[in-house]
Design a protein around this ligand. Structure first.
Ligand code: PRP
Length: 183
């Protein structure tokens, strides 16, 4: 199954069952924290798509879905914090509880930008739910409120996360072999 992509992994960090188990737990936490609050769940395209749809399906509370897309200008510019919005939300978030859903928080610049931008629109609250948290690489002081897995400073792909736009459709999360990206 998916051998071509699996062969490019040095190791699998989290398999489908482990991912599903953590998502179910996080969905329960969000259900509990947002009972009666009808939050707007915001997916940040494209990396969060797999996580977002599985998380939403596990949640039992009433919640809206909306989508944002962000582009970075390559790593150099990104580490200076310069990110640009390429797709904004469809609706007003004033007075609403919002949860930003990310696949990974790495340096933190993207999340910092998102939180700063969205907070100017006066939502009732902003929280962040991330599939992965790569704390070691953090450059700005921003933390997700809900995390499925902590990861080290390794090149992780799969389940939404890409290398050069590929590997997003792997159902597992793994570490990419060095020879694949250093060719
Ligand atoms: C990834 C990821 C986060 C961001 C995290 O997005 O989805 O949005 O990088 O990195 P940071 O904490 O260093 O800012 P990417 O720009 O790769 O786009 P993608 O979601 O389309 O893969």
């Amino acid at each position: 199954m998916k051998n071509e992509m699996l062969n490019d992994l040095e190791k699998v960090l989290f398999d489908e069952a482990q991912i599903a188990e953590r998502i179910a737990k996080v969905a329960t936490e969000i259900d509990r924290d947002y009972a009666g609050k009808k939050p707007i769940m915001i997916a940040v395209l494209k990396g969060s798509v797999m996580f977002y749809t599985d998380l939403m399906k596990k949640m039992n509370i009433m919640a809206e879905m909306d989508f944002m897309a962000i582009s970075s200008y390559g790593n150099e510019t990104k580490s200076s914090g310069e990110v640009k919005m390429i797709k904004d939300l469809d609706r007003c978030i004033e007075g609403r509880h919002i949860v930003i859903v990310e696949d990974i928080v790495d340096t933190g610049y993207t999340l910092n930008y998102l939180k700063a931008t969205l907070s100017t629109r006066n939502p009732a609250s902003i929280k962040v739910c991330s599939l992965l948290n790569k704390k070691e690489r953090r450059e700005v002081n921003v933390e997700p409120d809900y995390v499925c897995f902590e990861v080290g400073n390794e090149f992780v792909v799969g389940y939404g996360l890409d290398y050069a736009q590929f590997y997003r459709n792997l159902p597992v999360i793994g570490v990419l072999k060095k020879e694949v990206y250093s060719l």
